[in-house]
Design a protein around this ligand. Structure first.
Ligand code: HEM
Length: 162
């Protein structure tokens, strides 16, 4: 595994991220901008599910309006994150905050899948409600908590990886 990670660090991209003057700071900047577009947008859908904002707007309308933007943001997080990873693959892989970050992202994905396949199919019967049923509220609150963990771990990596 270490061999593979070191080969990744030795690629042209890995060297660019690690050794060029602007590679890493520009990528971290783009990573943070992507954060604003991804979690920063999803946040409002999760708060609607929790019955805290946009209470007069049907849940699925909020979803349809916000998710294209959030999806673009998540795509940019994936791309910039993997690029950042290539520069410091071995250090990131060994970092407990990076591992917790990936675990929290996987759990956030599972929570979203559960919402889409188990909770959302009945949305027509409750989406007009100011406060959605407990399963929908739980999906929103769990999502908020998990993405907060992802962000805090991303930040903690900067202090513990080098
Ligand atoms: C939507 C998902 C993601 C979120 C919300 C997120 C969030 C963050 C945050 C807040 C930082 C700290 C930036 C800073 O230093 O100020 C960060 C850094 C980082 N992230 Fe992500 N990230 C995500 C996805 C990924 C992915 C998929 C990877 C790689 C597979 C990744 C790899 C990294 C790396 C290597 C750093 C650099 C740590 C440093 O600053 O030294 N991230 N991330």
């Amino acid at each position: 595994m270490l061999d593979m990670l070191q080969q990744l660090e030795a690629t042209a991209l890995g060297i660019l991220v690690r050794e060029s003057l602007y590679g890493f700071p520009v990528l971290v900047g783009l990573h943070i901008l992507g954060l604003a577009l991804s979690v920063g947008t999803l946040l409002w859908f999760d708060l609607r599910l929790a019955g805290l904002v946009l209470r007069d707007v049907p849940v699925t309308r909020v979803y349809r309006r916000l998710i294209p933007w959030a999806s673009a943001g998540f795509l940019s997080m994936g791309v910039t994150g993997v690029m950042l990873f290539t520069g410091y693959a071995a250090a990131a892989y060994a970092n407990p905050f990076f591992r917790l970050k990936l675990l929290a992202m996987a759990l956030a994905g599972a929570n979203a899948l559960y919402y889409h396949f188990v909770t959302e199919p009945s949305a027509a019967s409750w989406e007009q409600q100011a406060v959605p049923p407990a399963s929908a509220r739980a999906a929103g609150i769990i999502s908020l908590a998990l993405w907060a963990i992802v962000i805090l771990c991303g930040r903690a990596m900067a202090y513990t990886m080098y």
